[in-house]
Write a protein that binds this ligand. Structure first.
Ligand code: ZN
Ligand code: ZN
Length: 357
C-alpha cells in the first residue's frame, strides 16, 4: 500500500534565484531514531517563496546556500521505521514540525527546546534537506501520528497553523476577549479559527476582499479593512502578515494594557513602527516563533472540527508544476491562501487538482 522506495527519488531543488528543477536524488537512508516517510503533500509559504526569488534573509546572511531541497510543511506516510523508534509503524499517516533540537544543551535541558543552541530547521536553517521530495528521513521526535480520519491535504497545513496556535496561547486568549487578527493569509485565517474556538470575539483585519470573506466564513465576528479598524478597541491583537503597514497598525488597535503578538516576519526594517505606543499604552508584547509545542492541542481542534485547515487550501499542483505553484504564491491573487504540491511517491497521482478537498 505504501510502496517501497527505490534508490532514487524526485525532489524540488532550488539552484539559484528563480531557478528550480525536479532533480533525481538518492533516497535517504533511514537513520536510527528516524522514520523514512513517503511525502504526500507539501505546503509552500512565504519562507519558501523568499528562497525561490532569492530575497530570503537566510540567503543574505549566508545561513542557507543554493542548491538545496526546499520545503518544511508536509504530510505523509511512514514507510520504514529506524532502530530505537517507539510508537510508529509502517503505514502510519504522519506530519511533523521542522525544528531539530540537540536535547543536550542548557536550553534543551531546561525545557526551552525551541531555543536550542544547536537547532536546525528542516528546509529552512542548516543543511538538512527540505521536504519537497518523494521521501524524507525525519527524526521520530519531530513526528506527529495522525488519525486516519484526517485528510493528508489538511495535515500539510498543520505546521504553519501551529505558529498561529502558539500566538493565541501566548496571549492567553479566552472566552469573551475582543481579539483582532491582522492578515488573512494562512497564519491569520488559522489564528482567527483558533482564537474563535476559545469563545473570543474575533475581528479579522485585511486588505484582500476574498480573504476577509473567508475569515467571516471561518468564524470572524467582524471583518474590516485597516482604515475601518478602531484604535484601542482590542484586548489582544495578532499581527500575522509581516507587512509594514500592518506592523505599524497593530499597536494602535490594542487597548491600553492589552496584549500584542507579532507572528509575521518582516523582510526588512519597519521605520513606521510606533515604538512609543508600546510604552505609552503599557502593552504586553510577544514575538512568536513557530509552534513546536502546540501540535497536540491544534490537532484536537482540527479533529473536533473547530479549525478547518482544508478551507485554507487554494490549489494542489503536481511536483512538476512547482514553478507554477511558486508563481501562484507570488502573484497573491488567490481566493484561499495556501498552495500545496502533491508528491505522493512514484505511484501517486500527479493530476492537477484545483480547489480544496
Ligand atoms: Zn512555512
Ligand atoms: Zn539543544
Amino acid at each position: 500500500m505504501t510502496g517501497s522506495p527505490g534508490s532514487t527519488m524526485r525532489a524540488l531543488l532550488l539552484t539559484g534565484p528563480r531557478q528550480w528543477q525536479v532533480a533525481e536524488l538518492p533516497v535517504p537512508v533511514t537513520e536510527p531514531g528516524h522514520c523514512l516517510v513517503r511525502v504526500a503533500y507539501v505546503g509552500l509559504c512565504g519562507t519558501d517563496l523568499a528562497f525561490y526569488d532569492g530575497s530570503s534573509g537566510y540567503l543574505r546572511d549566508g545561513l542557507k546556500r543554493y542548491p538545496f531541497v526546499v520545503g518544511h510543511e508536509w504530510s505523509g506516510t511512514v514507510v520504514e521505521v529506524g532502530t530505537g523508534v517507539q510508537g510508529f509503524a509502517v503505514g502510519d499517516p504522519v506530519a511533523g514540525h521542522n525544528v531539530v533540537t540537540c536535547d543536550a544543551c542548557d536550553r534543551c535541558r531546561s525545557g526551552r527546546r525551541l531555543h536550542c543552541r544547536n537547532r536546525t530547521e528542516i528546509g529552512v536553517l542548516g543543511t538538512c534537506p527540505g521536504v519537497a521530495s518523494e521521501y524524507i528521513c525525519m527524526p521520530a521526535k519531530t513526528l506527529l501520528p495522525l488519525p486516519a480520519s484526517l485528510d493528508l491535504r489538511s495535515a500539510a497545513v498543520l505546521e504553519p497553523a501551529t505558529a498561529s496556535a502558539h500566538a493565541v496561547a501566548r496571549l492567553g486568549v479566552r472566552e469573551g476577549d475582543a481579539v483582532a487578527v491582522l492578515g488573512t493569509g494562512t497564519l491569520g485565517l488559522a489564528a482567527v479559527q483558533i482564537a474563535r474556538s476559545t469563545g473570543a470575539r474575533v475581528t479579522a483585519v485585511g486588505v484582500e476582499a476574498a480573504g476577509l470573506a473567508l475569515a467571516r466564513e471561518l468564524g470572524a465576528e467582524a471583518v474590516l479593512r485597516p482604515e475601518e479598524a478602531e484604535d484601542d478597541a482590542y484586548g489582544a491583537v495578532i499581527e500575522a502578515t509581516g507587512a509594514e503597514p500592518a506592523i505599524a497598525l497593530a499597536p494602535r488597535l490594542v487597548a491600553p494594557g492589552g496584549r500584542l503578538a507579532f507572528l509575521g516576519v518582516p523582510h526588512g526594517p519597519v521605520p513606521a513602527f510606533p515604538s512609543a505606543q508600546l510604552v505609552m499604552k503599557n502593552l504586553e508584547v510577544h514575538g512568536v516563533l513557530s509552534g513546536i509545542e502546540q501540535w497536540d492541542a491544534l490537532l484536537r481542534l482540527v479533529v473536533h472540527g473547530h479549525v478547518d485547515l482544508g478551507a485554507l487550501i487554494d490549489g494542489v499542483l503536481p511536483l512538476a508544476s512547482a514553478g507554477d505553484a511558486l508563481t501562484a504564491l507570488a502573484g497573491g491573487r488567490r481566493s484561499r491562501p495556501k498552495v500545496l504540491l502533491e508528491i505522493g511517491g512514484r505511484s501517486g497521482s500527479a493530476d492537477l487538482t484545483e480547489g480544496a478537498a
